[in-house]
Ligand binder design. Sequence first.
Ligand SMILES: CC(C)(COP(=O)(O)OP(=O)(O)OC[C@H]1O[C@@H](n2cnc3c(N)ncnc32)[C@H](O)[C@@H]1OP(=O)(O)O)[C@@H](O)C(=O)NCCC(=O)NCCS
Length: 187
Amino acid sequence: MTCPQRCVFFAALGWDSGHDTLDLVADLGDYRPPAGASERATQAGVTITRAIRAESGAVLAFESSTFPSWARWFEPGDQNILVARDGEGAIAGTLLFEGPGTDSVFLPLLGPAAGTIGCVGVAPHRQSQGIGTAMVARASEILRDAGTRTCHIGWTVRESFYARAGYRPWRRYRMFRRTTGHPGTTP
Ligand SMILES: CC(C)(COP(=O)(O)OP(=O)(O)OC[C@H]1O[C@@H](n2cnc3c(N)ncnc32)[C@H](O)[C@@H]1OP(=O)(O)O)[C@@H](O)C(=O)NCCC(=O)NCCS
């Protein structure tokens, strides 16, 4: 992404330009998972299921140790969670999903049958074995069967990963940070 006039504007106010991030969407009306997605996860010895309430403690422990910044999103206990477990029953990955009718600020743009997938995380020692793709594909199928149309995945840098699962870029953002105050602005 090139830095247009507005980037110069924010830089002049003391904001430092950072990395780019993006949101992706897919119309799940006719969603089909990528070829071989579930087979690859099976070959990795992993089973993907919807978490039941009795698993919430184990899921929270996994988030707290593996993706601590996401743990609070798994806390309420009434979310839809997918869990990937290995042959010993250890959690290898998790994600959150919701829809149709997800409570999103983008609802007017995405339509009333919108859904979301987020906090997609695979334990570092189990990454690049197809588990993440299989989880996103499975969640998309569940959402499709529940009547979700546009599914939104926000705030990520993993474009090729989500594109392989059937999602396309929707919006791109340039992140800015400011660590010091600046005259005329709120610290
Ligand atoms: C992003 C993340 C969820 C991906 O999970 P994963 O299990 O490693 O995903 P997969 O194995 O399905 O795909 C990862 C890599 O494996 C390879 N791969 C996947 N499917 C493949 C296939 N069919 N054939 C060959 N290679 C394949 C690719 O190199 C791929 O990398 P790419 O998507 O960047 O091109 C994981 O890396 C992670 O937890 N990262 C930290 C948290 C994070 O950033 N989450 C996403 C933000 S919302």
